[in-house]
Write a protein that binds this ligand. Sequence first.
Ligand code: HEM
Length: 380
Amino acid sequence: MFKRFWLWLGRFLGRTLLVLLVVGLAGWGIAEAYYSWKFSGPVASEEQIPADEAGYTAGIIEDAIRVVEQHRDNTRVLRDAHAKAHGCVKAEVTVRADLEETLRHGVLSEPGKSWQAWMRLSNGNAYPQFDRARDARGMAIKLLDVPGGKLLANPRHAREQDLVMFNHPAFFVRDVAEYQSNFAAQADGKKALAFFPSWDPRSWEIRHLAIALKTLSPAPNSPVETTYNSIAPFKLGPHNIKYRVTPTPENCPSYAIPKPNTNLPNFLRSSLYQQLSLDRMPACFALQVQRQNPDYYMPIEDPSVEWDERVSPFETVADIRLPAQDFDSAEQNLFCDNLSFNPWHALPEHRPIGGINRLRKAVYEAISVYRHDRNAVQAQ
Ligand code: HEM
């Protein structure tokens, strides 16, 4: 009797697994075919601004303030995103001496020119959590003493050019409308459910949920050991580009990053401190750009779509070096917290483009002003 039951159970489980496997493979095949059809063909090389876009921004700012207040610690109001810093370090950004003529625009106009900069390295979450938690890792760079008129009129940022990135190449929403509904749901404590706004399957954003899950990845051994992407597009003079910063340890004296103790809450700060401050070893990166080729599916208005590197490979335009330095002092950490990065702190030659960037213009400014007011300090 028991033997027959176990045999039946075994057959039942085996068949169920087989059916699940076939359904899974068929779903995957259909999704692949659908997206290679949907994401093919030429795209616009100009921005296309939906009529209702601006209307969403005020609501998003309100939700962002709600998130900031939910996550503040007892004394300070933190950023709405990328609240936890691993450190702010000094960096030198040197334009490639052999930079191709057509890429010489804005801060890249002068081959061989070196810019002094601040670099803030962070975890993506609105809440400062243990580094071992799955998360995006951020890098924000502020080039200093950059002459020329900027896109934002704020005199405090009049001589800055910012680059703001995290370490996944695609964004988890396509446009401002989707960001608004997703972010409002997240602010209400929904997580995966934010990607299923209604019972209507046509509103389900399964591909975007997959991107969000991939974005939340395990920590690297060090913040200098991962590639950071602009994700959204920008101008570079006449070109539409995306940019990224990728480690180039081969350009620095050889250094083996020690395996961190991932049980410690702040091991990413510790590995940066070990390398730059204790071992006095520099870290190296390359700044690279990828040009849009509008004959292929490289859209401006949908940063959830990665631009195909086989069509348009990344080209190195500058080298970045973090010299050996002391950075982990109370004063510098506070200074770092009070910095404001914004992709719109930019020369017109580097204008942010696309809906998600248009949204960021108002939101970054509003949140920065809000947290500085609440902390009763002047923005740096
Ligand atoms: C391309 C997509 C995006 C990337 C690569 C990105 C990356 C980052 C990074 C690295 C930071 C930390 C900057 C620092 O170190 O101070 C940051 C901050 C922030 N991000 Fe984003 N982000 C993106 C999209 C968005 C969007 C769509 C919103 C909301 C509309 C947003 C809202 C914010 C806010 C409010 C801050 C804090 C600003 C401050 O208080 O100074 N981000 N982002």
